[in-house]
Design a protein around this ligand. Structure first.
Ligand SMILES: NC(=O)c1ccc[n+]([C@@H]2O[C@H](COP(=O)([O-])OP(=O)(O)OC[C@H]3O[C@@H](n4cnc5c(N)ncnc54)[C@H](O)[C@@H]3O)[C@@H](O)[C@H]2O)c1
Length: 249
């Protein structure tokens, strides 16, 4: 299968490592507005590099597309791919705003193809054991902890001391902060186990963990409480701490 990538940043390394172990896979094309990044992946994989994803979709006959750009760009790329009937792996979060998420869902429904969103925890083998142990019972209480750094290779807060800016993650209007970047994994996992939520409460704090001593629009602590339609409740605790501190996921 000929696979294309849009975005050639940190998360792509995880996907390339998994795909390297699959037979019948060709990394055929890679696009990044940072041409050095596209080139770096192209050199390693033999893919053709592009700087414009629409041109890549027009020119390449792909069997599947990985969309690995920041969240505000998910909708235009994913909708274009799905309108071409291209099976799509779309990184999480689905979208940054509701309208984008709805546009992606509508394009997927009309496409007749697959759109897998990168919430990989709902595919863990252990969930089968958990469901078997529940034996049809509704979970009364789910508790998720997500405590640790964000994607290390992305250097979200920039390079200490050399004045390099942080990544797209540091603008909450682009990223949704740790609620979207970390916590949405936990929310998705709880919904996969307990079904839809009927109400949600949340609170956030800033400046005492990864952001200690920094002025930022982001939060570094978030707590979410959900009530599920089945009657149970779910708590999600997210703490964004520096690399090197103890982690819990
Ligand atoms: N599933 C997971 O566990 C997981 C882990 C990390 C990141 N992610 C998600 O993956 C996505 C990408 O994150 P990342 O960590 O790789 O970020 P990144 O900043 O390392 O990479 C994003 C890349 O997109 C490129 N880009 C930006 N605009 C573009 C455009 N118009 N056309 C082509 N390329 C463009 C950037 O130049 C950059 O190289 C995000 O949605 C993030 O939430 C998921």
């Amino acid at each position: 299968m000929r696979i294309g990538f849009v975005g050639a940043g940190a998360v792509v390394e995880h996907h390339l490592a998994v795909l390297a172990g699959q037979s019948g896979v060709e990394i055929a094309a890679v696009c990044d507005v940072d041409e050095a990044r596209a080139q770096a992946v192209a050199v390693r994989t033999g893919a053709r590099p592009y700087a414009d994803w629409a041109e890549m979709l027009d020119r390449e006959h792909l069997g599947a597309l990985f969309v690995c750009v920041p969240p505000t760009l998910h909708a235009p790329v994913a909708v274009a791919a799905l309108e071409r009937g291209l099976p799509t792996y779309l990184e999480k979060p689905l979208a940054r705003i509701l309208a984008d998420g709805e546009a992606i869902a509508a394009a997927w429904r009309a496409s007749g193809t697959v759109c897998a969103v990168g919430y990989q925890w709902r595919s863990l083998d252990v969930l089968d054991e958990l469901r078997a142990a529940l034996d049809g019972a509704v979970p009364g209480m789910l508790i998720s902890r997500s405590m640790g750094p964000t994607e290390g290779a992305r250097r979200d807060l920039g390079h200490a001391g050399d004045g390099q800016p942080g990544s797209w993650f540091t603008d909450p209007r682009t990223s949704g902060g740790i609620l979207f970047e970390l916590g949405s994994h936990d929310v998705d996992l709880q919904l996969a186990l307990a079904g839809p939520a009927t109400s949600v409460q949340a609170a956030a704090g800033s400046g005492l963990l990864a952001l200690a001593g920094r002025s930022s629009d982001l939060d570094d602590a978030v707590a979410i409480l959900m009530r599920f339609a089945g009657g149970g409740i779910g708590a999600v605790h997210i703490a964004w701490s520096d690399a090197g501190r103890p982690q819990a996921y």
